[in-house]
Ligand binder design. Structure first.
Ligand code: ADP
Ligand code: MG
Length: 670
């Protein structure tokens, strides 16, 4: 029984055109997708020479009849869609009917396939697009497709192939993605005869992630699942358009690229800027800009909500309601962080919405903050009238304890301690000859973009070697017993606590104090202004002018009073309390420059955090500033009362510690 048809022109013309065979990993992608679509429970991938010499994929899926086995190599031949409407709700990974034709045109391909009811399997040989042979052959139900000598007839494209190690990396990465997307399928990847990845069928994503990355790695991840989060905890009161589940990393895991973000939409692995950005927004004020969390995120939306016919490689998607999907991702990630104690739970709520709801002091609804009259503040640049303080001290301790009991080990795992553990039952992550270890997939491969780097990689020291002795202080190890001793370089407070010697970055410490204060004042609509003696004018760039109207209201909520004059000129009549007048322009520029379209519409809370962070940064004491002992004391006390004393609003560490133990070791006393 034939299932494949060649699509008529009027349908094939609707399909995103373009070449999909770029490198071995892109061939593997198409072939693995075909195996998944065929309902395989087991997929075996054999690679030689980084996929140039051989790429062989065997599955136990439904297989093809002889007619189909031949027809499959025609352009636009597919069993997955038959009419134009099918393009509106694609439930399979493939639908273009072009992959096999494209691959066969640039390689020597041998397909052996058998369906359940066929008496024999069919072997099809096709080279450079020319059919060479079709005959019976032995094969169990399922399909084996061997692709040899990729680009043998297109030397120009062969030249673009990178080293074996690089191509192997991409292949391994690709198989890892599909293995994560399909825990129910067993995968084996063999590279030059050695197993690189072998995973038995797993019951869920957690088990699969454990199989691939090991227990320690999994322990450092936090669960995300918006199906179980309380609807009242989010600002998202509409029915959720997207189910978001998976894992994200605790804030101390940082990556400088998005390479460790595994994003899937309806089981399809995608590279999606919208989701990537929404993910980062979930980490607002927890991770700095330019630093990315690790993520395994599965976003499920109704088929008709997403268009996968955007890019020939099908790695990009377009959402019908993109902003709602971004909201769902951001809030789900935020909730995951909050339930692990990394973001205050109340932070999830849109504070403006809270204020509107209760019609009063939103801070009162937040158990972590209350506004009290301040003691004399020796450090403020201007008098303020109010200071932020956690109401019950226990709240902060409870928050810290939640973290202490959370899944994070106190120390950042070093690269070589990452994913070694594997479960004994037929599950292993073996070493590849090319040294493509799964930690490379997951972490530092951004360092190894070039061939020589890939080769050099195994020799690189662990990323955290510089932190061997002086470490970021984990919030759970903080005590109130911090005693300032003096200043280093007029920039860092030297102090001691019960565990050793501390260095506190005075600027970021004050930034954290002010950030929490600005945020709480804004949330409770108690922001204070200081009037300029003479209003200052400020000229906006065209881009800033375009953003201005959308942001002005938020800026005013923090105490700015702005008046748009003619053209692109704005008069600054008042500025937020504590902000030196000379910094007002800097804050305005910074905020206007970072505001892009999505943020203006979708993520008001992110914008508010950004404004607070910018204000805090510009109002905080600077480095290279002498501090009197009582100022140091004041700053430390205030810092300890904040929501996150160990990280600044941009996610940088605030306190480093040299442990007494390490001092003793350094002096060879132990
Ligand atoms: P598409 O996957 O977009 O339909 P392909 O060129 O990848 O196009 O494959 C063409 C057709 O060949 C598929 O629609 C499917 O019917 C069949 N096919 C390809 N690979 C397999 C496989 N491993 N098992 C069963 N059928 C397959
Ligand atoms: Mg396909």
């Amino acid at each position: 029984m034939s299932k494949i048809r060649v699509l008529p022109d009027h349908i094939s013309n609707l399909i995103a055109a373009g070449e999909v065979v770029e490198r071995p990993a892109s061939v593997a992608k198409e072939l693995v997708e075909n195996a998944v679509d065929a309902g395989a429970t087991r997929i075996v991938i054999d690679v030689e020479s980084g996929g140039r010499r051989l790429l062989k994929i065997t599955d136990d899926g439904e297989g093809m009849s002889r007619d189909d086995g031949v027809l499959a190599f025609e352009r636009h031949a597919t069993s997955k869609i038959s009419k134009a409407e099918d393009l509106n709700a694609i439930g399979t990974l493939g639908f273009r009917g072009e992959a096999l034709a494209s691959i066969a045109s640039v390689a020597r391909v041998e397909l052996v396939t058998r369906t359940d009811d066929a008496s024999a399997a069919t072997r099809v040989v096709i080279e450079g697009g020319r059919m060479r042979d079709v005959k019976d052959a032995p094969h169990p139900r399922g399909t084996t497709i061997a692709v040899r000598d990729l680009f043998f007839n297109t030397p120009a494209r062969r030249k673009f192939l990178r080293s074996e190690a690089t191509e192997s990396y991409h292949l391994t990465n690709l198989v890892t993605h599909y293995a994560l997307a399909h825990p129910e399928i067993a995968f084996t990847l063999t590279n030059n005869g050695r197993e690189t990845l072998r995973v038995a069928p797993a019951k869920d994503l957690r088990e699969r992630a454990y199989q691939i990355f090991g227990a320690q790695f999994l322990d450092s991840l936090l669960e995300v699942n918006n199906a179980i989060s309380e609807p009242t905890e989010t600002s998202f009161s509409l029915p959720q358009i997207a189910k978001v589940r998976g894992f994200v990393s605790a804030p101390r895991e940082r990556r400088t690229s998005r390479d460790a973000q595994y994003l899937f939409v309806n089981g399809r692995f995608v590279r999606d800027r919208l989701i990537g950005r929404a993910l980062s927004e979930g980490y607002r004020s927890i991770l700095p800009h330019g630093v990315y969390p690790i993520a395994l995120l599965f976003i499920d939306v109704p088929l008709e909500e997403v268009d996968v016919n955007v890019h020939p490689a099908k790695t990009e998607v377009r959402f019908r309601r993109a902003a709602a999907v971004a909201d769902a991702v951001r809030e789900a990630v935020r909730a995951g962080l909050a339930s692990a104690g990394y973001a205050p739970a109340a932070d999830i709520r849109d504070r403006r919405a809270v204020a509107d709801e209760v019609g009063a002091d939103a801070a009162a609804a937040d158990p972590k903050v209350a506004l009290v009259q301040p003691p004399e503040s020796p450090i403020e640049t201007r008098p303020t009238g109010f200071e932020l303080r956690p109401a019950p001290q226990q709240e902060r301790i409870a928050f810290a304890t939640a973290r202490a009991e959370g899944p994070m080990a106190p120390d950042r795992p070093s690269i070589d301690s990452l994913p070694q553990t594997v479960s004994p039952e037929a599950v292993s992550v073996a070493s590849a000859p090319s040294q493509i270890q799964s930690e490379e997939i997951f972490s530092a491969i951004e360092l190894s973009r070039t061939e020589s780097d890939v080769k050099a990689f195994p020799d690189l020291p662990p990323l955290d070697s510089a932190l061997k002795f002086v470490r970021e202080v984990a919030v759970e190890s903080l005590s109130a017993n911090i005693r300032p001793l003096g200043q280093l370089d007029e920039s860092f407070i030297i102090a001691t606590d019960d565990e050793g010697l501390l260095l506190i970055d005075q600027h970021v410490a004050h930034e954290r104090v002010l950030f929490d204060k600005y945020r709480a004042l804004e949330a409770s609509r108690k922001s204070e202004s200081q009037q300029m003696l003479i209003p200052e004018t400020f000229d906006l760039t065209p881009a800033q002018a375009a953003a201005f109207d959308a942001v002005a209201e938020e800026l005013e909520a923090y105490g700015f009073e702005l008046m748009r004059l003619s053209g692109r000129t704005v008069a600054i009549k008042s500025t937020p309390a504590d902000l030196p007048a000379s910094e007002a322009r800097n804050v305005l520029s910074e905020v206007l420059d970072t505001v892009d379209n999505e943020k203006r519409g979708a993520a008001r809370a992110t914008l508010r955090d950004e404004i607070a962070a910018s204000l805090a940064c510009h109002a905080a004491i600077k480095v290279n500033m002498p501090l009197a002992p009582e100022k140091m004391r004041w700053l430390i006390d205030r810092l300890l009362l904040t929501s996150s004393p160990t990280t600044c609003p941009h996610g940088r560490p605030v306190i480093l510690r040299l442990a007494t133990q390490d001092i003793l070791k350094g002096f060879h006393r132990i």
